[in-house]
Design a protein around this ligand. Sequence first.
Ligand code: AMP
Length: 307
Amino acid sequence: MSILVVGSVAFDTLKTPYGERQKILGGAATYFSLSASYFTDVRVIAVVGEDFTAENEAVMTSRGVDTRGIQHAKGKTFHWSGEYGENVNEARTLNTELNVFESFQPQIPAEYNDSDFLFLANIDPVLQTRVRDAMQNVKLVGGDTMNFWISGHREKLGEMLKRVDVLLINDTEARMLAGDSSLPRAARKVLELGPRALVVKHGEYGATIFFRDGEFAGGHHPFRAPALPLDEVRDPTGAGDSFAGGFMGYIASQGEVSRRVLKHAMFYGSVMGSFSVERFGTERLQALTREEIDKRFEVFRELTHLD
Ligand code: AMP
């Protein structure tokens, strides 16, 4: 099975309690692709500038990611700067230089038309909607968004929400989207906007999936996966996208989309998020093995297993 992802490929300038990095490879689509590449075939649609090197691209291709959908445009690559304090769940954006991202028009290469799954990483909902509508034959669509689109672009976002099967956002975004401070109530309201399931990420506290009634076989009660208590979260950047990559990648590797598969996918998402934050940038996601991933899956199982 294969997954197509559309989203940002970026350079990130970061400051965390563990150090600083200038213009390292990042972007939602990058984290997602590397993470999902341990489970299934991945194809990317994004745009980069003239400062994006062959070595940068090789980070993805060496994991088998198909980068033919990355457009090379005149100008500079999208550059995000952010910092984290002691609260690893909260990124403070210092600067966003859109650069070539400003005029990004996603083009879908013909070779990508047979993709089985689709992930719409956090970009303008109009572009997300366009790509989704061009990919009518996919089995499941996952999507992400952020506070900027929730607070200022409701109508555009509404169109996108009608077209995703599983929305993955954090608690603050879920409450903001629903205008309700109760998480279960907010989840029900978000599910009324379109998605059949909602994954709410709680940062270092795990993630919860809420199901719309009658949508997935096996019951509709919410399910929570923990996050691994780590001694050192060096760089939380990309945790959400790495989670999404593990989540969607695992689903694609299974072929069927049942409640059971979605619950396991929540654990694989958490596993990939936990690896990602152990090092700066994409470093940890570049050189994992499936064995390490499955071993950590068992640690997660142990963490919550009641005998
Ligand atoms: P995450 O920490 O998983 O929420 O995602 C972090 C990644 O999102 C970083 O690598 C950034 O390059 C990227 N990013 C930050 N702001 C935006 C934005 N406005 N649009 C698209 N991608 C962004």
